[in-house]
Design a protein around this ligand. Structure first.
Ligand SMILES: [Zn+2]
Length: 347
């Protein structure tokens, strides 16, 4: 399947943190279709394996997306919620959501009409704990009859949009981009000198948990997180503050969370740089002050694992409409393929 079509389908799936089955089942099917041995572990990670080479390479892409969890239902049938994952309240106001009740149903986050607002109210943003989801139910009993209770999850509701210039926008590109790249690699890796593990991980958005348990079980010689990363170049994100440019190829996350997460070994940074140069794949280097990827956890599993983080520059992360360029997806996929091919020579 084309990367574009893979990303469209994956973007429109719903996999809130801790309930990743919809994406997991899709990934498992695609992996086994391409001759990988597939299993699912207790937390829900999808682990696909191919080859029997001496060195083990693990590529991890998290399947979960940021979302909401119902905390309670008001007498009138409105849902109060908390946020699961890093969400700015500004994007929630009046958002359309999917409620994961007995079956999927629609909800909207209510917005007070400006007609009824005081001057001060017009100037400020409501906070999430003042907001509520309206599912159209006439009272609490009607909402409960749909199977809604504390813990019921909600995800953003958006369809994927093809944009000008080979770009696409939609919800959950963080990290269905990583998932799409792993599925595409499964199609392209016919045989390999390494033992390749393609892993769809769970619970990244709230603490990088699935990647930790998966890496512990696999104990790879090299672990790479495949994820998205904030791109500079829009009027509000300058290239001085965020060095990763849109459409300038994947980024290598050499140091995460101001050094509190992943710190890549210099030797590995240089080696990946050489692989990219040899294959003429554009590569950017990134240091982030906040935020981490699955690599930040995988590096510290067992007695320590050689780890790298590769990100696709993406605009508007953790919003209803994230945007990426298929050129960057393609380059990231090619770089990962080259790394798998060259890793037997790494010393
Ligand atoms: Zn994220």
């Amino acid at each position: 399947m084309e990367l574009r079509e893979l990303l469209r389908q994956l973007s429109e799936m719903h996999a809130p943190t801790g309930e990743e089955d919809e994406v997991a089942d899709f990934m498992a099917k695609e992996f086994s279709k391409n001759g990988f041995e597939v299993k699912k572990d207790m937390l829900g990670n999808v682990i696909a394996k191919k080859g029997s080479g001496k060195r083990k390479v693990l590529l991890a892409a998290h399947m979960d997306e940021v979302g909401l969890a119902v905390m309670g239902i008001t007498r009138e049938g409105f849902l109060k919620f908390t946020k699961v994952g890093g969400i700015y309240d500004g994007i929630l106001s009046n958002m359309r959501v999917v409620i994961h009740a007995k079956k999927k149903i629609r909800g909207i986050i209510g917005a007070k009409p400006p007609h009824l607002m005081k001057d001060e109210e017009l100037k400020k943003l409501p906070e999430y704990d003042q907001m509520y989801i309206d599912i159209g139910a006439k009272d609490k009993a009607a909402a409960e009859a749909l199977g809604i209770k504390p813990g019921t999850r909600a995800t953003f509701d958006a369809t994927f949009a093809d944009m000008d210039g080979g770009r696409g926008a939609g919800k959950s590109l963080d990290n269905r981009i990583g998932c799409a790249i792993l599925v595409k690699l499964a199609e392209e890796i016919k045989k390999t000198d390494c033992t390749v593990y393609l892993v769809g991980t769970v619970r990244e958005e709230t603490g990088l948990y699935g990647a930790g348990t998966a890496a512990f079980g696999i104990d790879p010689d090299l672990a790479i997180a495949v994820d998205t990363t904030p791109a500079a170049g829009t009027p509000d994100v300058s290239e001085d503050s965020t060095p990763v440019k849109f459409e300038h190829g994947p980024s290598l996350g050499v140091l995460d969370a101001a050094g509190r997460g992943l710190i890549m070994p210099k030797k590995l940074v240089d080696w990946i740089g050489l692989v990219a140069k040899k294959r003429r794949i554009p590569l950017q280097y990134e240091v982030s002050e906040r935020g981490a990827t699955d690599a930040s956890r995988m590096q510290y599993v067992k007695t320590g694992i050689l780890a790298a983080s590769i990100g696709v520059p993406t605009r508007y992360l953790h919003s209803l409409n994230e945007m990426a360029s298929f050129k960057d997806l393609e380059s990231a996929k090619n770089l990962l393929k080259a790394i798998i091919e060259e890793f037997p020579e790494y010393e």
